[in-house]
Design a protein around this ligand. Sequence first.
Ligand code: F6R
Length: 615
Amino acid sequence: MCGIVGYIGNKKAKPILINGLLRLEYRGYDSAGIATIENDKISVIKNKGRVAELDKVPGINDLQGTIGIAHTRWATHGKPSTENSHPHTDMSKQIAVVHNGIIENYSELREFLQKNGYTFYSQTDTEVIPNLIHYYYEKESENDKELKLLKAVHNTCQDLKGSYALEIISSLLPDKMIVVRKDSPLVIGKSATEKYISSDIPAILSYTKDFYLLNDNEYVILSKTNADFYDKDLNKFNKPVENIAWNAAAAEKEGYADFMLKEIFEQPKSIRETIGSRLTQDGTCNIEGLNFTKEYLESLNRIYIVACGTAMHAGLAGKTIIEKYCNVPTEVDIASEFRYRDPLIDEKTLVIFISQSGETADTIAALKLSKAKGAKTLAVSNVIGSSITREADYTIYTHAGPEIAVASTKAYTSQVVLLAILAIYFAKVLENKKYENEIKELSREILELPSKLEEVLKNVKPIKKFAKKVYTEKDMFFLGRGVDYTAALEGSLKLKEISYIHSEAYAAGELKHGPIALIENGVTVIGIMTDKNLVEKTISNVQEVITRGAKTLIISNQDLGDHKFDNVVTIPETNPLISPILSIVPLQLFSYYISKEKGLDVDKPRNLAKSVTVE
Ligand code: F6R
C-alpha cells in the first residue's frame, strides 16, 4: 500500500526522504518518487521499481532542497510506471503532491479540469489534485499567499470524494508544506527546527518521538519551526504533541535475517508488554481506558468482534473466552462482510474492533456503521493514535511494538492475550462468582505465557526439518478442534501468505463431511491438539489421514498415548483457552522456513500490503 514521507528543516531533504521510503518498503509498492524545492523551483524524480533504484536515478544526489515530499506507490489507477508514480505536479509545475488513498470521483474532476484547459500526463486519480489546487489558487481573491494556497487546498478537498492523505509543496510558498488527511493515516514528527511527515510512525521514529497525530479533515501548514493547525472550516486550533514510546531500534532488524523472524522471536517480550500491569499475580485486573459498569455489561445482549485476516483469527480465539466468562453471545465477523450485511446492532450491543494498524478501511467502515446504529465501540489496536482508536468510544492497546513484516505474528499473539485479559476484566466487573477460581487460574496462566513462549522458541529444529521435507508441496491441510481450529486457520493463512502454498484449515470433525476426499498419498497435514477433552478425537482424525497416506506434523502439549506420529512438536501445557498463543508459534516458524527454503521474500510477500487502507 502507498507510503508517504516528508521533511522540512535545515538538512538536505533527499537522504531523509529516501531513508523514510526504505523504512516503508514493507508496505509493498511498485514505484517511488521524491520532490524537493530549491531556488523556488520544484524538482521531481520518480521511477518504476524499488527505492534503491530511485536512489540511483541520475541527478537525485544533486537535489539540495531542505523541504521535500516522497512516496511509494501501490498501483490502483493506472499501471506501475514512472509517469504514474508520485509526486504529481499541476500543469504549470508550481504545485507538487503525494497522495495515499483513492479519489473516487477523479474521472469527473479530470473532465472538469480538461474543459478548463488542463492537460494530464498520467492515468492516476491523484493528478487531478495538484491541478485542482492550481485552479482554485488562480480563482482565489485572498492576498496572503499562505492563506491563498491553504484555501485552494481546502476548496480542492471539498470536491474530492474518497480517501486521502496529502503532502503538498509549492514554488508559490517555497518554505512551507501543507498536509491534510481524510480516511488515510498521516502523522507529523517534530523537533524544534524540523518536521517529519509520514503515513507510518516507524518511518520517522529514528528522528523524533514527539508527534502530532492528525485527524480527518484537519489541515496543517508546516514550516521548519511551526505547525499551524486548521479544522474542516479553516478555523485555527492548537494540537497537543503526543510522545510515542516506541523504541527506534524496534523498527530495525537487529541482526535477524528478516523482520518476520525477529518479530516471531520477540513474542515473549511483546506479550510481556501487552500484559504490563493489567494483570497481577494476586488476581487483580485493570485495563487503562476502560470504565465499563456492571449495569452496562449486564444490559448487553450481544458482543461482536469485527476484524480482517489475522486480527479476525485473534477474534475467534477471544470469542470463546469472552463468551464463557461473560455469558454474552459473542459473534466474530469479517469486517468487509459485516459492513454490508445490515448486522443486528443497537445500544445493547458492544462491538470490538481488532486492528494491528488501526487503519484497515473495512474495519473503520464497520466501526462507523456500528456507531451510527447506536452501539458502543471498543478498539483493540497496536498503533497509538491510529484511525480506529480515534473513532472508537474506547481503545485498548496491544503494545506489541512496531510490526514491520507484512505477515502478522506478534500482533496476533498480543491480540489474543489482550482479549483474554479483557474477558477477565469483564468477568470481574460482572462480579462473576461462578468462575472465580477458574479466572484466577487463567490469570496465572496468562502471566506464565512469556516464559512458556521462550521455551517454544528453543524448539525450532524439528519445525525447520519438516519444512525442508515438504516445501515443494502444492497443498497442505491444517486440522484442529475448538481453539485449535482457530490456530489452524491462522497457521494456514500464514502459510498461504509467505510461501504461496495452497492450504486449508478444517475443524477436524468436518473432515468426514467432504475434505477427506482431498487426502491422498504424500499430502501434508498439520494437526494441532492442545485440549485434553478433544485430543482423542483429533488423534482419530489425524489417524484417518495417515491411513490415506498423509505426511503429518503434530503440534501438541497433550499425552498422545501409544500413538506414534513421525513429527511431533511439543509445546508447554497451558489453559486450552489461551493455547493458540503457544501453538501458533511453531506454525509461524513452519511458514517462515518454508518461505526461506523457496527463496521467497518473507517480509514482503507478493501482492500483499501491511496496511490495507482501501477496500
Ligand atoms: C496477515 C495479515 C492480515 C492482517 C489484516 C488486518 O498476516 O497481516 O491478514 O491481519 O490485513 O490488518 P489490521 O490488523 O492492521 O487491521
